[in-house]
Design a protein around this ligand. Sequence first.
Ligand SMILES: [Zn+2]
Length: 282
Amino acid sequence: MKKDQLLTRRRALIAGAAALGAAGTAGALALGGGEEPVRRTPAPAPAAGPKPHSAPASSAYRLQPLTGYGGPPRAAPAKLPVRHEPFLRMPGRGRTIVLTFDDGPDPRYTPHILDTLAEYEVRATFFVCGEMADWNRDLLSRMADEGHVVGNHTWSHPLLTRLRRSKIRSEMERTSDVIEKAYGERPQWFRAPYGAWNRAAFQLGAELGMEPLAWTVDTLDWTTPGTRSIVHRVEDGAAPGVVVLSHDAGGNRSQTVRALRTWLPHLLDSGYHITVPRRRHA
Ligand SMILES: [Zn+2]
């Protein structure tokens, strides 16, 4: 039953992407091939001037398919506000916690994490890097099937504060493109590598339809401090609205995999509800 719901969701995502593709490719099909997907960045404004068959703006907007991403491709996208700092917490009702896994997916670790999450019927958020996602598209597809959220963690995990704006844009944009292909929809969340944010990252994130999400509790699993240490950090840091940071790639993550098998059931036994981030605007 649960599985059916998830599969239904997956189908809905694919259907949404297909509808979006149909709308987005109009006028670009002359390029042919059909292999090269059309870029659907929200940035280009709709062509100025009258269009054939155009209905009044308001009703045309309403007729666009619902895609679950930043906005319909041919109407002006709903602009996200440009933040000055990332969200650090994600308060919900009661004892809710958001779990995030960064830098993957990695076929050595991510499947084990997904197995544990599935065992406890818990949904998490994966901030993937484009260069990892690109050769592990099956794992993004599995994340979609199993109801997880996928966020954008840049293509190659650079320190954004040292990059030109155009390079930051391509790091973010390429990653959103590969996520859309493999997962079925464009990401709604962005996380800067190393938590190093700058103005360009906030501006470009908003332009690409993504809200910035940082974290509250760092498990420091990337320092491989030992499984017990990771377990303690999560259990000591647990509180309503907390966002937990772990890593499913970027090094040996077997401690992360093992720790999750311990701390996840503990949190659930303590009455925590694991949730995924929700956008605060409509
Ligand atoms: Zn990272």
